[in-house]
Design a protein around this ligand. Structure first.
Ligand code: MN
Length: 407
């Protein structure tokens, strides 16, 4: 714990040493280009996101369309009705009709949350909403209070918080808390912050806003400068205990903070970030893969944690080291995040042992003589082809296939 900010309170809600994961794959994620999902795909993803162990699942923006509203209701009923299921959140502008639509959409959930928001930066107030700061405060107070008549669990987000005048932001937080908000999310809507500044904003409100120790503070970061995850970690270090994020980092523009990266950081760097969470790490890769099937793109090969190359070792020296002990070149094992195994990229520099290792992983245990024959064909192919993919082995194995056991 750094000496520059006060210790995190250990009493009362939120559980001080636990970070809550708020997944917005199906809301902020889904509203980005190429990520539109239909009802059945959203429901399939929602089941998987619940299995991943998130605490809150933001299922959509009820007022946006009849389809959105219906899919939130379905998720609330099918995924959110069991006692240990995630809280199902529904987004609403700070407007009566939005809040009423959000309230209806979460009715079937065992635990539902209304997440309402209003812009608070002077730029947004003038250019987008055409209201004064005083009008914004009145609207926040009234609409958070209205949301509280429909749900015990109400989150308020001052949109564009990071470009909001800090003195006004303190007033906004006070009004939202007095009106009954139980979670206060300060989003970096436009991805403008750098980590120190984002953390400082949370330290500032924790020092100045009365009653803030009784609510959950939340971070919501965008990756416009490639800092969404770094900013989220800075927020946790500044006392934030809810992180809003999306699988594969999908979301508006450059995306939201990637859930799998935040979870992996909390596990791998527990020495610096000693916080509990309920993410089932082995579900990270399967969830990432399922999302890629549902939307129109997967991750970049070099994407951290879930990219195709995230655990690939091409150099012979690295390959040898990893086979002897994965920790030589890996700070976490691929199995720990649900990746079937690290991939030793096989090419003409690879030896017989690496080939045998891969074949066994693929379910083909060969005799010594069979391995010799496959290895000869492999080296011939590797002279013509830079990288040998798993599917290439099918051709290499053909003559030996009838004799092999397939897992
Ligand atoms: Mn957002």
């Amino acid at each position: 714990m750094s000496a520059t900010h006060p210790p995190i309170p250990r009493e009362g809600p939120p559980q001080a040493d636990r970070v809550l994961f708020f997944d917005t794959t199906l809301r902020d994620g889904e509203q980005s280009p190429g990520c539109v999902m239909y009802g059945p795909e959203k429901l399939r993803m929602a089941h998987q996101i619940a299995a991943l162990g998130v605490d809150i699942l933001e299922a959509g923006f009820a007022i946006a369309s009849e389809g959105d509203s219906e899919s939130i209701r379905t998720i609330a009923r099918e995924v959110g009705s069991a006692p240990r299921s995630p809280v199902i959140a529904s987004l609403a502008r700070a407007k009566r009709e939005d809040i009423e639509a959000a309230a209806r959409s979460i009715e079937p959930a065992a635990r539902g949350r209304i997440h309402t928001f209003l812009s608070t930066s002077d730029l947004h107030l003038a250019a987008k909403l055409n209201i004064t700061r005083e009008q914004a405060l009145d609207q926040i107070g009234a609409m958070v209070a209205l949301a509280c008549t429909y749900a015990d669990d109400v989150e308020f987000s001052p949109e564009d918080a990071t470009r909001t005048d800090p003195y006004f932001l303190v007033r906004v937080c006070e009004v939202a808390i007095q009106a009954g908000a139980t979670t206060l999310n300060l989003p970096d809507t436009v991805g403008y912050c750098i980590p120190q500044g984002y953390g400082d904003m949370f330290r500032m409100v924790r020092e100045r806003v009365p009653g803030i120790e009784n609510i959950v503070l939340s971070a919501h970061c965008h990756d416009d400068l490639g800092l969404a995850v770094a900013n989220t970690i800075a927020a946790i270090q500044a006392g934030v205990r809810q992180v809003e994020c999306a699988i594969n980092g999908i979301g508006e523009r450059a995306g939201n903070a990637a859930l799998e990266e935040i979870a992996a950081i909390l596990v791998t760097r527990r020495d610096q970030l000693p916080y509990e969470h309920h993410i089932d790490m082995k579900q990270l890769y399967p969830t990432s893969q399922m999302l890629a099937e549902c939307i129109s793109f997967g991750t970049a090969p070099n994407k951290a944690i879930v990219g195709k190359n995230a655990f690939a070792h091409a150099a012979g020296i690295h390959q040898h080291g990893v086979m002897a002990n994965p920790l030589t070149y890996e700070i976490m094992t691929p199995e720990s995040v649900g990746v079937p195994s690290n991939s030793l990229v096989l090419g003409k520099h690879s030896g017989r042992r690496a080939l045998e290792h891969r074949l066994v992983e693929l379910g083909h245990a060969l005799t010594h003589a069979q391995l010799d024959a496959v290895y000869r064909r492999f080296i011939e192919l590797a002279d013509r082809k830079k990288t040998i993919y798993d599917q290439d082995f099918i051709g290499l194995l053909k003559p030996e296939r009838s004799a092999t056991a397939t897992a």
